[in-house]
Each structure stands twice: as structure tokens, then as C-alpha cells.
Design a protein around this ligand. Structure first.
Ligand code: BGC
Length: 375
């Protein structure tokens, strides 16, 4: 393993374009020197860049229907911007130990109550103040198609019980799929819910809003929320609501309809309940997005029961990305495959509890293609 690592390091020194100005970065990170940028390539002109800070995907370059390349994820070209970002949008990161919200930052296991950071109104969001998106991961293996990253979260880190060994593998295939494999084991019962927080714009990052992208979600129900975006516990039908993406429609078509759920989210920022039979943890189609101008498409498959569709409602033009363009309100969308938000407090939701001796194992695939019939 050591040899692979040092080869990888040497390679990435040459390949790196993120130069990272360590002395100008503030805050939590101390071992800047170990932060690198890794490039995955394939035989179909696609490249994916990953840094071991937050296991962040910093760039995904894919062709359009005319073979024009564009980078289709939002992000920065300097490490310091990831570390110091206004409002920390979690661009491209692996989110954990628990993706999305836990009500009031509290849950109980076996009669013991655990208190987490309250970092989103009165609730806990995305694993806390220093979640998995803001730590330096180890790189266990790297070649031009694959990178394996790991992180050991300590018992009571961010308030969660149990030492948790996590690994995330990104594999780029020659048919333009990014396969993401998640593993975790623990030495105490703990909730785990890992997800990938890339913001996509299939026209190219910084190129306007995503309201004209056409979305299908393979879900007949969603989990409505309260004003703090905590699920009420209900699994509500999407039929006759703006949340119905069972057949393809532009993201922006129904977003301005007067609707309490839309007003709570400032737009779409909800978990959809994927259509699958309860015991089935197979890989299924979760969502499909097509962008009419470029013809680029993104199809998401997952073993998870839910998907958070968030359409960048909190972006407001203040952040400037890789190409220097301002990231507009709704300038990117996330499709975060996951268990449902606040599951530790929702007995009717599929459990997120991991016990010693068990292995947390999930897979999500982002498949990129083009729709040549579109124009
Ligand atoms: C959440 C949003 C949040 C965004 C960035 C999404 O997963 O659902 O409410 O604003 O992440 O933190």
C-alpha cells in the first residue's frame, strides 16, 4: 500500500492544479501538506478530480452531444475557498456522520441521550461543525480509474457514539459512470448516513440556473417537513403536488406554485421515498436529469431508500466558482442519495443504526450520457 501511496503522491504533485495556499487557510485543518488533488480519467474523455479534504469531488468534465467538454459540478479552484466558503455549501463533499438534519441535535440509543451541535437553526445538519466534509481523509489506494479514501471518526466526535471507520471509493468507468461505494464499521451503536453533496449544472458550472433541466424522480412519495426542514414523519403522495417528478418535467415548472412545503424549503429541498419494496436494498434507478441545450444527461442509481433533491435555494450569487462566475440562486442541484432525514428520531423510517459487527455498505452511481435526439 505504501508504494501505491507514494507513487500517487508523486503523480498528484505533478497533476495538481489546486494549489492550495496553506498559510492563508484558517481554522480547523492542521495537516495541509497531506491535502492533494487526484485526477481520474477514462477512455471516453471524462475526468473527475477528487481531493482528500472532505473527500470532495472538485470537478467532473464530460462531453456534450457535440463532444464539447464542460465541468458540470460547482466548486472552487483553491483549497482555501473550500475551507473558508461563505455559508459552507458543502460543494462536492462526502457528508457524514449523518447527512441532513437531526431534530434539535438530539437522539437516544438504548435509553442514553446524545447531544450534537445545533448548527442549522435549532437543528443539527450534515454531521456537525466539523463533519466529514471538513476533515482530511487518508488515501488508501489511487490509480487513474479509482481512489479509495478513508477516515476514522473518534468515539464522541461531534457528539456521536462509537469509533467509526469509514471508507469511500470513487471509481470512474469507461462508460462514464462514477461508482461510489461507502463502507463503515463501528465499535458502539451509532447512526450513520453518508451521502455525496455535488451540485450539478449540466450546462456547465457557473452557466446560469438549473431551472430548465428536466428531472424525473422514481418516487411516488416524499417526506414533508416542518418550518425547520425536519420531517413530520408522514410519507405523503406526490400526486397532484409540485413534488410529482414521476414523469419528466423542468425543475422550474412548478417551483413558484403556492405551496406550504415549497415555502418551507425556499423551493425543493426535500427527501423523496424511492419506489422499492421495503426489504430490498438492490441498486435501483433513483433519478434522471436531462439538459436540453447541451444534451447532457445524468442518471442516478442507488441502494439507498431516499434521495434529497435540493435545488440550490440557498445560493445567492455571492460565491464565485472555478470559472470566476457567480453561482446564482438555483445555479446547481444536488441529488443526495441517503436514508431519510432525522431517522434517529423517527421510528417509522428505515433505521440508520449501525451496530458493532455489522458493516454499513451502500452504493450510488452517477451515470453521464448525452441525449442525441434532443435537438
Ligand atoms: C440540505 C439543504 C442545505 C444544503 C447545504 C442540503 O442537503 O437539504 O437544506 O441548505 O444541503 O447545506
Amino acid at each position: 500500500m505504501k508504494t501505491i501511496l507514494s507513487l500517487a503522491t508523486a503523480f498528484t504533485f505533478v497533476a495538481s492544479v489546486l494549489c492550495f495556499f496553506p498559510s492563508r487557510c484558517s481554522g480547523e485543518v492542521s495537516d495541509f501538506d497531506s491535502i492533494k488533488l487526484y485526477t481520474l480519467t477514462n477512455d471516453s474523455e471524462m475526468t473527475v478530480k477528487v481531493t482528500n479534504y472532505g473527500a470532495i469531488i472538485t470537478s467532473i468534465v464530460v462531453p456534450d452531444r457535440n463532444d464539447e467538454l464542460a465541468d458540470v459540478v460547482l466548486g472552487y479552484d483553491r483549497l482555501e475557498d473550500y475551507i473558508n466558503a461563505v455559508d459552507k455549501p458543502y460543494f462536492g463533499a462526502i457528508v457524514g456522520r449523518y447527512g441532513n438534519r437531526i431534530a434539535k441535535g438530539e437522539f437516544s440509543i438504548d435509553g442514553e441521550t446524545y447531544s450534537l451541535a445545533v448548527n442549522n437553526g435549532e437543528n443539527h445538519l450534515h454531521g456537525g461543525v466539523i463533519g466529514f466534509d471538513k476533515v482530511v481523509w487518508d488515501v488508501d489506494l489511487f490509480d487513474d480509474h479509482q481512489i479509495v479514501l478513508s477516515y476514522h471518526a473518534k468515539d464522541m466526535e461531534e457528539g456521536y457514539p462509537g469509533n467509526l471507520a469509514v471508507s469511500v471509493t470513487y471509481t470512474l468507468t469507461d462508460d462514464n459512470r462514477i461508482v461510489i461505494d461507502y463502507h463503515a464499521t463501528t465499535d458502539k451503536r451509532t447512526p450513520v448516513n453518508l451521502t455525496q453533496h455535488s451540485y450539478f449544472n449540466l450546462k456547465g458550472e457557473g452557466n446560469g440556473t438549473i431551472l430548465d433541466h428536466r428531472l424525473t424522480i422514481n418516487a411516488d412519495r416524499f417526506t414533508p417537513v416542518d418550518a425547520g426542514l425536519i420531517p413530520t414523519g408522514e410519507l405523503r403522495t406526490v400526486a397532484s403536488t409540485p413534488f410529482d417528478f414521476t414523469t419528466e418535467k423542468p425543475i422550474g415548472r412548478d417551483i413558484h406554485i403556492e405551496n406550504e412545503q415549497l415555502s418551507f424549503g425556499g423551493g425543493f429541498d426535500h427527501n423523496w421515498v424511492l419506489n422499492r419494496s421495503e426489504s430490498d436494498g438492490n441498486l435501483i434507478l433513483a433519478a434522471h436529469v436531462s439538459e436540453p441545450e447541451s444534451g447532457r444527461t445524468l442518471t442516478v442509481f442507488t441502494t439507498e431508500p431516499g434521495i434529497q433533491f435540493y435545488c440550490g435555494n440557498f445560493l445567492d450569487g455571492r460565491l464565485r466558482g472555478k470559472s470566476g462566475q457567480a453561482y446564482l440562486h438555483r445555479g446547481g442541484f444536488c441529488l443526495e442519495t441517503q436514508h431519510f432525514p432525522d431517522s434517529p428520531n423517527q421510528p417509522n423510517f428505515p433505521s440508520t443504526l449501525l451496530a458493532p459487527g455489522e458493516t454499513y455498505q451502500t452504493q450510488t452511481i452517477f451515470t453521464f450520457s448525452t441525449d442525441n435526439a434532443g435537438r
